[in-house]
Design a protein around this ligand. Structure first.
Ligand SMILES: [Zn+2]
Length: 290
């Protein structure tokens, strides 16, 4: 009920923003090549994800690959007009039907950033916290070792169904021409709460494991929870990652391309109205609420 009311208000607000011409203005700026629209999802439903892709296609957006974005960062060329990069975090099992199949249907490139431990064991750590009726945001503030110990205690008492893809499914989706697999650490920790050795291992081991699964190089990355600092950027460089995404809600313009390991993205939440998804995808929503 609370969720329904929240979505209704969200929908009305989004319709209001659209009627003010805010989305039209973003469309115009994209057409002028002011930025590359950078959008990410977690576990969207098929209807919502397909709506977003169809809207972008209808409005003549060009879908970039990670290599396209890297190339733009290296060349001194103007940004492409009406361009978008789509990324999806974590490696949810629902992504297969709701993201990969849609990307294949419309032949648009999508990058999926995958944490390897949930793939091996089935469940993301925060789901145990939620199932134990505890506050996930509080656990994100704990030093990594303490969080791991406390999560393990809850894990030992609860059995949850698989929510991440299996390694076989990761291999299968990596075969699609439209899908790029990127790194998202092993355990999805809050990297800024880890010691140096743990950060290095999280970035290194996940890359090795993914590359072994998919038999392709993995050189793109997204910071779990968007948490990072200078140390994380430095380790990514050392480990030959070429491109990385934060969760900073901003337009990816020429100045953001100067920091190829700290690219911004607009988040599209799941289970919301299409109107709100559109406003979030175009960064209209975040201008007011983030
Ligand atoms: Zn994540």
């Amino acid at each position: 009920m609370k969720k329904k009311l929240r979505n209704l208000i969200g929908r009305l607000l989004a319709i209001f923003f659209i009627s003010l011409g805010l989305t039209r203005r973003v469309k115009k700026r994209a057409k002028n090549g002011e930025f590359i629209l950078s959008v990410f999802f977690h576990n969207p439903g098929r209807e919502l994800f397909e709506y977003c892709i169809k809207w972008l296609l209808k409005n003549k957006f060009v879908f970039l690959t990670q290599n396209d974005v890297i190339a733009y960062s290296q060349q001194n060329k103007p940004l492409p007009k009406n361009a978008v990069i789509i990324t999806v975090d974590d490696g949810w099992q629902g992504n297969i039907e709701n993201v990969v199949k849609v990307a294949a249907k419309y032949k648009v490139p999508v990058t999926i950033f995958i944490s390897t431990e949930p793939v091996q064991n089935g469940v993301y750590w925060w789901s145990y916290i939620e199932a134990g009726n505890k506050n996930v945001e509080f656990y994100k503030t704990l030093p990594n070792d303490q969080r791991l110990t406390e999560v393990k205690d809850i894990k030992d008492t609860i059995v949850l169904n698989r929510e991440a893809m299996t390694s076989d499914q990761v291999k299968e989706i990596a075969e699609y021409d439209c899908i790029t697999i990127g790194g998202h650490t092993v355990n999805h920790p809050i990297l800024t709460k880890c010691n140096d050795e743990d950060v290095y291992n999280e970035l290194n081991t996940s890359k090795i494991v993914l590359e072994e699964w998919i038999n392709k190089p993995v050189d793109s990355f997204a910071y779990p929870n968007g948490s990072y600092g200078k140390r994380e950027v430095e380790y990514l460089k050392q480990l030959n990652y070429s491109i990385a995404y934060t969760t900073k809600a901003a337009y990816l313009n020429e100045s953001s391309l100067q920091n190829i390991l700290e690219l911004p993205r607009f988040f599209v939440l799941e289970n919301i109205s299409n109107a709100e998804a559109l406003c979030r995808m175009l960064g209209v929503w975040q201008a007011f609420f983030d």
